[in-house]
Design a protein. Sequence first.
Length: 335
Amino acid sequence: MSGASHPGNREGSAISSPEMEYRTFGRTGLRVSVCGLGGGGESRLGLKKGSTEDEAIAVVRRGVELGINYVDTAPNYGTEDVIGRALAGCRDDVVISSKTVARRDDGSPLARADVRRALEGTLQKLRSDVVDVYHLHRVRPEDYEYAVAEIVPELLTLRDEGKIRFLGISESTGSDARHSMLSRALQDDVWDVVMTGFTFFNQSARDVLFPTTIANDVAVEIMASARSYFSRPEQLAAEIARLVDAGVIGRDEVDPGDPLRFLADGGVQTLTEASYRFVAHEPGVHVVLVGTGNPAHLAENARALSSGPLPAEVTKRLVSLFGHLSMAVDAPWRR
């Protein structure tokens, strides 16, 4: 197994690319690529859509070639093992994030011994002695106090033993669109990293979370910023029309025939590109996760994330149109 020091991850890495943008990951001091490779989501490195394990390994290795040095996974994604195999030759140069839960799918809470056992399984699959960022995963608001009282002490013990480097926590975006759990969590000075949803259709984290994360130098990892509906402009056009009919967006604010035409007018080629660039350059954001089983798509998304912010007028228009939507009307980007 790999050692725990990972000297390449602090303020520099042997994995780097002049085309990739890197940022200091909050108070962790880690130097990470703005494009992170996500092992979950709708693709799970392609495994959920029929790819072989060798093909999934090839996606991870392509990410390393592109300069991606942040990889996120979890036991329930089924990708820890392929990620461990893919990174066997460069583990010390990659920041790996994995997770545990506070409550099982059947509703029963995890005990401290369960947390330790879960981490040991993760380390074995990742072929590593340490997880760089270990999240409490998809914590619901009603479970947070239990997590702090029962799970966090064990996480701190595991950190002291050198099996975890930094503690993170992630929300359940579908049921907590206004980030109530993370707002509570940020009152406790124990979390080095938070994982949240942020898209131009739900921008609430800008006001609810980011002022605190910036003030406390907490790292921010963005999930689900460009799911598959961004490849279906006709679906988004229909949803925007529904928002117009509901009075959430003014009829005079968009062209009903082509409501997102202003993106193309600003030189943005795809909705996916627009989403990644909008999210990546929000103050306070450090890493944006990309989930795919296609090496070519991974390269395209990595380029988008390192190609600079959107034109100012495009960003201004996205904020004006959609900045108030998080609680207004149910929509696919809420889930």
